[in-house]
Write a protein that binds this ligand. Structure first.
Ligand code: UD1
Ligand code: CA
Length: 456
């Protein structure tokens, strides 16, 4: 839709959250509620995005810095009508103004798109997104004439007994011409039971002026679920999680127990990948096809190619190439770049390192700041000694080399290709290619020592 201006009302305190954070900064599936709403405006290509803020204004401002939004300050919360009024300078006469709430994070852009299309089809001056609720308590009720024309919205606190029986409710989302919005806001008053300037009053005003007011009924009332409490926050998270899992399963991902995973909405997973219970996948993570993500794995901002197995392991800001097996109990810290067909076994920690194709680090090793080549074997208990107490240095291990068990590689140091390092060595100098590096005391046996000691 052209000239789409989105206004997101986010000034409320959210007292019932009992929090230092303003309500709209609470997160649903890893993303603030207001971010979810702004995502919708981005998906609709809105030409302007305005956030009305008040409570916790500095926090709201800094959390939205990167989102290309304009801000309108509502210092005192005098109602939803007043909230839109403070954004007036951002509203052009020919704008199509879409009003959304910062505490309603489940609204889908596809629904808003249908709402906008319907607005244009009906040729409305004002459209209201409504829905049918079995229990409409707390919401504004839609008042229609016998011919179906909408003439007003009555709030819970102001409604008559008869009006409160109506199940069609106001979602609080509207689409309205900019000029008409600004003009009608001038006319609203606060003579109601809450002493607030109700945005809903523009419905009565515009329909009274003979303007065309229409509704679009939203099929899924959950989309306009508003968050007021921590309990609501958990319900919203659960609903969004269900949506994310449904979409993944729709695309061919097996999720063994969708009620026991945490997968954020930007995560991509290829088909025929299996996701086990207790898995936690966040940020901009991308996982390929035919992978196996085993129980209790945590994967954050990482890229995992096809046919990879990650079992009971943590992978942060790292890359894992195809056919590699990780875990159980491996820890890949940021900037680990693991090649194809490698093995990173139990209790292996890798940090800021490159691991070449076909390399095996099967158990109990620390690889920090390393450049490990292809087809290398790193034995049990190997430590890349990368820190001297003040600075970090790198260790290079060439292709086809073999590092025996319990070796310390004291960086900066290099083991060249095709070299061996004997078990138990502490290596501080280059091991040239094709050679054996051995750096430990030779074993001596003292005959009869034990017997003599016992007789003393
Ligand atoms: C509003 C609607 C009601 C609708 C319901 C849907 C009015 C008068 N009523 O009621 O018809 O069914 O939403 O959820 O509009 N806000 C501000 N500044 C203010 C007041 C509110 O920014 O001065 C923000 C709040 O932070 C919140 C949103 O607007 O994000 C809704 O305000 P709220 O007071 O919760 O409205 P409701 O009483 O729920
Ligand atoms: Ca509300």
């Amino acid at each position: 839709m052209n000239n789409l201006t989105g206004i997101v009302l986010s000034a409320g305190a959210g007292t019932r959250m009992k929090s230092k954070l303003p309500k709209v900064l609470h997160k649903v599936l890893g993303r603030t509620m207001v971010d979810h709403v702004i995502d919708v405006l981005d998906e609709l290509d809105a030409s302007k995005k305005v956030v009305v803020y008040g409570h916790g204004k500095d926090m709201v401002h800094s959390s939205l810095e990167s989102r290309n939004v304009r801000f309108a300050l509502q210092a005192e919360q005098k109602g939803t009508g007043h909230a839109v009024m403070v954004a007036k300078e951002h509203i052009g006469d020919d704008d199509n103004v879409l009003i959304l709430y910062g505490d309603t994070p489940l609204i889908r852009s596809s629904s808003i798109k249908e709402f906008c299309d319907e607005h244009e089809r009906q040729g409305n001056d004002l459209s209201i997104l409504t829905t049918i609720m079995e229990n409409p308590f707390g919401y504004g009720r839609i008042i229609r004439e016998e011919d179906g024309r909408v003439t007003g919205i009555v709030e819970q606190k102001d409604g008559s007994q008869e009006q409160l029986l109506i199940k069609e409710i106001n979602s609080g989302i509207y689409l309205v011409n900019g000029r008409l919005l600004k003009d009608s806001l001038e006319l609203i008053e606060n003579n109601n039971n809450q002493g607030e300037y109700y945005l809903t009053d523009i419905v009565k005003i515009l329909s009274g002026q003979g303007k065309k007011v229409g509704c679009h009924i939203l099929e899924d009332p959950n989309e306009v679920f508003g968050v007021n409490t921590r309990k609501h926050l958990s319900i919203a998270s659960q609903m969004l999680q269900e949506r994310v899992c449904d979409a993944l399963m729709e695309n061919g991902v097996t999720i063994l127990n969708p009620n026991n995973v945490y997968i954020e909405k930007n995560v991509l997973i290829g088909n025929d990948t299996i996701v086990c219970p207790g898995v936690f996948i966040t940020g901009d993570t991308e996982i390929g096809s035919e992978c196996y993500i085993g129980v209790n794995s945590r994967i954050e901002d990482s890229k995992i190619m096809d046919h990879v197995e990650v079992n009971n392991s943590t992978v942060l800001e790292s890359k894992i190439d195809s056919y590699t097996k990780v875990g159980p109990y491996a820890y890949l810290r940021p900037k680990s770049n693991v090649g194809k067909n490698t093995k990173i076994g139990d209790f292996v920690e890798i940090k800021n390192s490159n691991i070449g194709d076909g390399t095996k680090i099967s158990h109990l090793a620390y690889v920090g700041d390393g450049d490990v080549g292809k087809d290398v074997n790193i034995g049990c208990g190997v430590v890349f000694v990368n820190y001297d107490g003040s600075s970090k240095s790198r260790t290079v291990v060439g292709d086809n080399s073999f590092i025996g068990c319990n070796v310390n590689l004291v960086a900066p140091v290099e083991v060249q290709e095709n070299a061996y390092v004997a078990a138990g060595s502490t290596i501080t100098k280059t091991v040239p290619k094709d050679s054996l590096g051995i750096a430990r005391e030779r074993q001596t046996n003292i005959q009869g020592w034990v017997t003599r000691r016992k007789n003393d």
